[in-house]
Design a binder for this molecule. Structure first.
Ligand code: AHR
Length: 502
């Protein structure tokens, strides 16, 4: 048993949390779109072919924003292929993932689905094989009310009202050699600037996201942000970050510590943005969009399933376990630690492809283990983030030294009536924790709930047949005495502890 203390003071708020940090990402990849969210003929499909069982599972995550259509896919995408009568849409060889794209689902269908799941679309433009003109045309198609070539084309496709897409990604991972049309930082900064300029001239309300390095481990990380941002500072609003973690060696201490490396990555990227701000003597602050993050390694080689140029291939179908709950939960808390700069987050991805939701073609849908921390954070992690003082034992791991065994984040609800503490006990060997909470500054507190995810088997997973093997359960939360309370945290557990204030 380890011992730890967390002290939270009501006056130590540091930032409002932008709800968009609980966003998602839907790419034309594997079975995300086809047989994931869209499966005409499925018993649960609606009149448009959307799986309503999946819509319900996505809705419960309350994702305020979803990025589309890629990812690597977008760097070869002709958006015109995916609009207009379905019978006229071309079948294209898709270079990023080696499939044939049927284009049955495109921009307008995605907007319809986004409405059904209650989210705001976040679109990416192709700056790999295409450039500023096509990007501008797409903004015109989506956002211009009418009376121009592309806005009238949208109307002729049955969409009289503009989609009013606010947030636009300027390409995807443009530094990666795997990317169609990969670029140097200077080349990319220039094309991003010229594209963003035309896109904003078309609709001045939009916000744009510059691709940062595709990972912190890229040799050019830092230099890439510095150089590309120099070329387009005034026309971009966010810089993107992407990261995926793995536990190939089953080294839990290292794996559980990775979210703290993510936290450093966020701080470093904010510093890089501020360095360019200083160099340019600008008054404008660039914020951050962590628009791809997750655990990704279980499924191995993405290319192994199905045949090249199949219409649909199962790809990146990671099955998540109990250990992943602690890392996905930890990554969410690392984003909240930087709520003052990190305004958008998109778990990559949502359905079937490194995803919290899985489907069986023609069959059921189920929640992976990682669905739960995502849902808890999205539902209870809205409002204002607070800094806490944590006193907990530290451990050393290969991925990082002096890792606190307890990772936490406190959130005051939007109306100020509830306090939520997200607490992870990540002591690697599985010790329980006797935690003392000191919440004296909040005055009167009543316990609301203590929800736990803890399965002693770190390899435990969910499946269609056994969907609740890794799932939340409620334990009793005691009454604080003079604002102090002792709570026992299960070994290697995710905890959501909630109080009513006043
Ligand atoms: O999310 C899967 C892929 O990972 C995305 O297409 C790409 O942007 C990243 O490399």
């Amino acid at each position: 048993m380890i011992k730890a203390n967390i002290t939270v003071d009501k006056d130590y708020t540091f930032s409002a949390i932008d709800p968009r940090v609980y966003g998602g990402f839907a790419e034309h990849l594997g079975r995300h779109i086809y047989t994931g969210i869209y499966e005409p003929g499925h018993p649960m499909a609606d009149e448009q072919g959307w799986r309503t069982d999946v819509i319900d599972l996505v809705k419960a995550l309350q994702m305020p924003i979803i990025r589309y259509p890629g990812g690597n896919f977008v760097s070869g995408y002709n958006w015109e292929d995916g609009v207009g009568p379905k019978a006229d849409r071309p079948r294209r060889l898709e270079m990023a993932w080696g499939v044939t794209e049927t284009n049955e689902v495109g921009t307008n269908e995605f907007m319809d689905w986004a409405k059904k799941v209650g989210t705001e679309p976040m679109m990416a433009v192709n700056l790999g094989t295409r450039g500023p003109a096509n990007a501008q045309n797409l903004v015109e198609y989506c956002n211009h009310p009418g009376g121009s070539k592309y806005s009238d084309l949208r109307k002729s496709h049955g969409y009289a009202d503009p989609h009013n897409v606010k947030v636009w990604c300027l390409g995807n991972e443009m530094d990666g050699p795997w990317q169609m049309g990969a670029k140097t930082a200077y080349e990319y900064g220039r094309i991003a600037n010229e594209s963003a300029k035309l896109m904003k001239w078309t609709d001045s309300r939009i916000e744009t996201i510059l691709c940062g390095s595709s990972a912190r481990s890229m040799p050019s990380f830092g230099k890439w942000e510095w150089e590309s941002l120099h070329e387009c500072y005034d026309n971009v609003d966010y810089v993107s970050l992407h990261t995926y973690y793995a536990n190939r060696e089953k080294d839990f201490g290292s794996f559980f510590a990775e979210p703290d490396n993510m936290s450093d990555f966020i701080a470093e990227t904010a510093a890089l943005c501020d360095a360019v701000k200083a160099a340019k003597k600008s008054k404008k602050t660039i914020n951050l969009s962590f628009d791809e993050w997750n655990v990704w390694y279980h499924s191995g080689d993405w290319n192994q399933n199905g045949e090249r140029w199949d219409d649909v291939r199962p790809q990146l179908e990671d099955i998540y376990d109990m250990a992943d709950v602690l890392v996905v939960g930890g990554m969410l808390l690392s984003m909240l630690e930087h709520a003052d700069r990190l305004k958008i987050g998109c778990i990559a991805q949502i359905v079937n492809v490194i995803a919290p939701i899985m489907t069986v073609p023609g069959g059921g849908a189920w929640r992976q283990s990682t669905y739960w921390p995502l849902m808890h954070a999205s539902v209870y992690g809205r409002g204002t983030a607070l800094r806490a003082v944590v006193d907990a034992p530290l451990y050393d791991a290969k991925s990082r030294e002096r890792v606190p065994t307890i990772k936490q984040q406190a959130v005051l609800s939007e109306d100020g009536s509830e306090l939520t503490l997200f607490v992870i006990n990540r002591e690697p060997s599985g010790e329980q924790c006797e935690l003392t909470l000191d919440l004296r500054s909040f005055g009167k507190l009543s316990p609301l709930s203590h929800t736990v995810i803890a399965n002693p088997d770190m390899n435990a997973v969910n499946s269609l047949e056994n969907p609740n093997n890794v799932a939340p359960s409620d334990v009793t939360l005691g009454q604080p005495d003079g604002g102090k309370l002792n709570v026992t945290l299960a070994g290697r557990s995710w905890n959501v502890i909630r109080f009513k204030l006043g």
